[in-house]
Structures are given as C-alpha cells and as structure tokens.
Design a binder for this molecule. Sequence first.
Ligand code: ASP
Ligand code: MG
Length: 421
Amino acid sequence: MMSFKVFKFGGASVKDAAAIENLHAILRCYPDDNLVVVISAMGKTTNFLEKVLHAYYHDPDQVETLVSELEKQHKDVAIRLVPDPGSILDRIGELFNQLRTKLAEEHSNNYDFDYDQIVSFGELLSTTIISMYLNLAGLPNTWLDARRLVRTDSTYREGHVDWDTTVNQICENIGGHSDRVFVTQGFIGGTAEHLTTTLGREGSDYSAAIMAYALDAESVTIWKDVPGLLNADPKRFPDAVKLDEIPYEEAVELSYYGASIIHPKTLKPLQNKQIPLYVKSFFHPEEEGSVIKSCSERNKIPSIIVKDHQTLLTVFPRDFSFIAVENLSELFAVFAKYRIRVNMMQNSALSFSVCTDAEPDRVAQCVAALHDKYKVKYNEDVQLITIRHYNKQIIDKVLAGRTAILRQTSRATIQFVVVGG
Ligand code: ASP
Ligand code: MG
C-alpha cells in the first residue's frame, strides 16, 4: 500500500479565512507526500452547535437566530477565501438546509442521539469549505465523508469504533485510490445504519489516529497553536517548557490525567503500530515541535496537569457497613450506568470518594440512584491537579496557599483535589 502522512488540524487552526490560507501553505510544503487531512469544526463552532441543540430542546424560538448566525459566519469565510465563492456558498446552503430540516422535526427525546445528528455539521461544514477552497486554489484533493469511513456502534456522543469494518472502509476509500490528498472530518463516524455518531469532545485527534492505524501511515502530525507538547499549560505556568521526545507510555499517562493537548484515546492505536505522533506549531511549521514515539525517557521533566470543572463525590453506606467489595461493585455499576468518569478515587473504612467531571445531569442521576443505600456528599467546582515526576519544590509551588482535600501518591505520580479555581 502507498505510504501516507496523516495531518490533523483542530478548530483553532481553521478558525477563519487567514487560518485556512495558512493550512494551505502548510500542505504546499509537502508536495510529494500522500496526505490524509483530518479537520475539526472551525473555531468555536462545536460549542455554538451545542447551543443550537440546547435551544432545540429548551428554547425553540431561538433556533433560527442561532442557525442564521452560524450560516453567516461560514459563508463569510468562503467569501474571504475565494474571489468567486458561488459554488462553495451553494454547498454551504445545502448543508444548512439539511440542518434546518433536522431542526424542524420534533426532537427524539434521546439527547445524545440528537447531539450527534446536529453537532456533526460543524465538521461537515469546515471540511466542505476547505476542500472546495483547496481545489480552487490549485491543490486538488478528494473530500471523504468520515461517517462512511469510521464505523462505530450507537453509543451516541462516544461511539466505540468497530475496528475491522473501519480498517476495511478506510483502506478501500483511501488506500485503493490514486489521489494524493484526502480531506475528511475529525470527530464523526457512522453506524451500520448510516446514522451519525461522534467520538467525544476533542475527538478529532482520535480520528486522525484511526486513519493512521488503518493505513499503516508513516506518521501523524497534529498542528497546534503551541510549539509542541509542554510540561504544563503556559497560561497557568508561564515557565512551562517543551518536551522534545516523549515515549508513548508517558504521553498516555499525561493525556489520561487531562493534559488537554491530545485526546486520550489517540495514542494506543498509534503505539500498537509504532506510528510516531508529531505535535507542531501551525505558526512555525519549520520548527521541530514534539514527537511521541518509542523511546526511553532520558530526563524526567515534571509535568503538571490541571483539570478544572471537577466534582468530588463522597459516598457513605447508610447502614454503617464498611466499604467492601460488595459496595464497590455496586457503586461502579451505578457509575458505569450513568457514565461517571472516574478521574481519581480513594476509599476509607466508611467512605468512598471519586473525583469526576462536573456533568450536573449525570451526577444528579447517579446520586439519585445511590440515595437509598448511600449518603452522598458533594464538593462542586474543585480542581484535580496531577504532577508526574514530582518533587517537593514543584508540589510547594503548585499548592502554594491552597487547600488539598484529597491527595494520592504513587511512585511517578501525585494527585491533589483542590478547592476553588
Ligand atoms: N470539533 C470537536 C470539538 O470541538 C472535535 C475536535 O475539535 O476535536 O470537540
Ligand atoms: Mg478542538
């Protein structure tokens, strides 16, 4: 099979016409490579479509105002990109007709299903505009519908990939084609019944990994607005440093604890096939960036990962029994049912605590389900701070003046649940 490079461009890298021109300039630096270009929705479009969905359920009068605003934003980008945007505007109009048709129907009462049918338009729009623009600008490419490439089950908002079908579909549509450049959507997939699914927020990285895995690609590059993978968020820690080479295992740990730079599911498929993942700056494409690959970690630079919007749930059996395996298995069954993500957990004789994402609806349902047998205490709006390769100095710096209400230590990792932001 041909050798491919997979590129992923996130929302920030396609947020307006200038950013899309920059994407074009980056692609032009690879005239001899076969490229699969995986693209997210433009800028904050996904958040905006979440607002549309919310209005669809709770405030239908607002729907058209929001949709028109989104249509105008996308059309404005097309108008700025090409002198004669007629064909692109027509295609954008068609996609908005489809979206309006969906929104004119009664909602299904399955919020997650409707989420995927609506929010997926962000990626359909961005890729349509970019693919057509590139074709007009002299970079011939083929647009592919990721819903026919990435097969998932019907777990809406978090589709689980059916790898066999997905690999076949990708190899047939991309591997068996003579074109050089393919443009497709991140984040979205489709069921066997051709219903749209999504892979979870920020899932475009994962889409890129899926494509790379299926094609045995040479590499994946994620183009970002940062110079590479840093050991902390520079907005919080101005002295953050770039990590040049990171072994897969270490990167998996970092993303698992919430380093928002790469979607956690992205790395496993790449590691399985030993495909290196580059993280590079779209402002400075000539610079090195970071690479995640099989390597030994030479200098263990401490990394700090802060997860905001966390809720700490502490449950106490009402019957004064100790926390035992029976309770734990019961609790985990409830967590699984309401998709409570366990970011950290700890037990004592009489209580069990988990730090989870602040998803008020899911948490409320979970608490209600536990109510008969357990008393539940909440701490809302806490932060989960994880430090890999910690030392005393770093802990003191990170915790300075703050209260940790839970702490957990292992050889390489220390975690704190901290009150307030
Ligand atoms: N557009 C989706 C999101 O914002 C997927 C992605 O950007 O990776 O979550
Ligand atoms: Mg994004």
